[in-house]
Design a protein around this ligand. Structure first.
Ligand code: PMP
Length: 407
């Protein structure tokens, strides 16, 4: 196999070729959002220079062209997730909206007083709050799978939580805060054995892990383009056809209807039933180029590279006095979360920034998880296709110096 050419991959990302605070930028905030390759930037530029037009209802050439390109991305996503049918892919503005869509349509439809929804202690707020909101509305109960000291889910506790009251299980594929890869295959099959629906939050998985929604037999799978080298403001929801068809619509407006009159309105077929209003056309079109960027390098090649970065960084940082890694699961995506005893995570982030190293600090939108570990936040370095071993050396050198300041 050809060697992984990180140098030429990195050259595809113009933003990485700059200095911050007089130092070459080292971008390790990829779990928050990763950077965009030239093909994505050029697609956005080309769309507004040559193709811009509203989709699906035009009789003219530009409208046709935009519609075809927009729908091409739907097919690219279908292939990317190995979904059976293109109609099972709904465009949203991101993972957050995808989860809200399911909670507020199907959740609202099927939950009754005393029913239960299961999430995990490892979830991003966007996979907690929408469920809390619908549970409150329907007097249903939110149950939580606890996390072990390693940052892995307590699967025995999960089995005990499942009952005939369980209507939904919603869980991430990989944790943004700790990197833990969850055993979603087991989570899905156990939930299905008692007849509950399963939503997987794939925000942190799409650019690292192979995803086959048919093989997983998952009901819903959500993701965000901006975490897969694509633009912000676009995401997707995969749903099984029969489930999507059984659901009430989400927002009302243009495109989601078949016929409107004051005596009543009928709704469009999926996926359009869930896509009211003019969507984010240019960004959806650019997403196809992001998907092809990942496919051209090969997701498994990217992930192999990120795994060696993670191992290299973990080995080195473990040797530094006063550093404690939070999240030591056996299976992790390229996320290294840590604290330095005696120093505030935000100060560590600022000091790394002065060395050109961009990391995220704080609770990472996972406050219940931070509470579980008795901390307010961590410093998080997260890796992508373009990161290098030299960049890890820069991070480690910084952390070594900063840790010496701790008392
Ligand atoms: N879930 C996880 C695991 C995430 O990492 C994120 C983004 N940090 C989200 C959900 C929300 O994604 P978005 O903000 O793109 O809607």
């Amino acid at each position: 196999a050809a060697e992984y050419d990180v140098k030429s991959i990195k050259e595809e990302f113009p933003i990485l070729n700059q200095e911050v605070n007089g130092k070459p930028l080292v971008y390790f905030d990829n779990a928050a959002t990763n950077q965009k390759p030239n093909v994505v930037i050029e697609s956005l530029n080309e769309y507004y220079r040559l193709h811009n037009s509203n989709i699906h209802r035009g009789a003219h050439t530009l409208a046709d062209r935009s519609t075809i390109k927009y729908e091409d991305t739907r097919e690219a996503l279908r292939r990317f997730l190995n979904a059976g049918e293109v109609e099972e892919i709904i465009f949203t503005k991101g993972t957050t909206e995808s989860i809200n869509l399911v909670a507020s349509t199907l959740g609202n439809q099927i939950l009754n007083e005393g029913d239960e929804v299961i999430v995990t202690e490892l979830e991003h707020h966007s996979n907690i709050v929408p469920w809390q909101m619908v549970c409150e509305r329907k007097k249903a109960i939110l149950k939580v799978i606890p996390v072990l000291d390693s940052g892995e889910l307590d699967m025995d506790a999960y089995s005990e939580l499942l009952s005939d009251k369980t209507k939904f299980v919603s869980c991430n594929h990989a944790s943004n805060a700790l990197g833990t890869i969850n055993d979603i295959r087991t989570i899905i099959s156990k939930a299905h054995s008692i007849g509950a629906y399963v939503l997987i939050d794939g925000a942190q998985a799409t650019s690292h892990l192979e995803i086959d929604v048919v093989d997983l037999d998952v009901d819903f799978y959500a993701g965000s383009a901006h975490k897969m080298y694509g633009p912000t403001g676009v995401g997707f929801l995969y749903g099984k056809r029969a489930v999507l068809e059984s659901m009430p619509p989400y927002q009302g407006g243009g495109e989601m209807i078949r016929e409107v009159s004051f005596s009543g309105t009928t709704y469009n077929d999926i996926p359009f039933k869930f896509e009211a209003g003019t969507p984010n056309i240019g960004d959806v079109i650019a997403l196809k180029h992001a998907i092809e960027f990942i496919e051209n390098i090969g997701k498994s090649n990217i992930s192999k590279h990120e795994q060696s970065l993670l191992k290299y960084a973990t080995d080195k940082i473990s040797k530094i006095d006063k550093v404690r890694i939070i999240g030591t699961a056996k299976e992790k995506v390229g996320v290294l979360s840590f604290i330095i005893e005696g120093l505030h995570h935000f100060d560590i982030g600022m000091m790394l920034d002065s060395r050109g190293v961009a990391v995220r600090t704080g609770h990472h939108c996972t406050q219940p998880l931070m509470a579980r570990f008795g901390i307010e936040g961590t410093v998080r370095a997260s890796f992508a296709a373009y990161n290098t071993f030299e960049e890890i050396d820069t991070l480690i050198e910084g952390v070594e110096k900063i840790a010496k300041l701790a008392r």
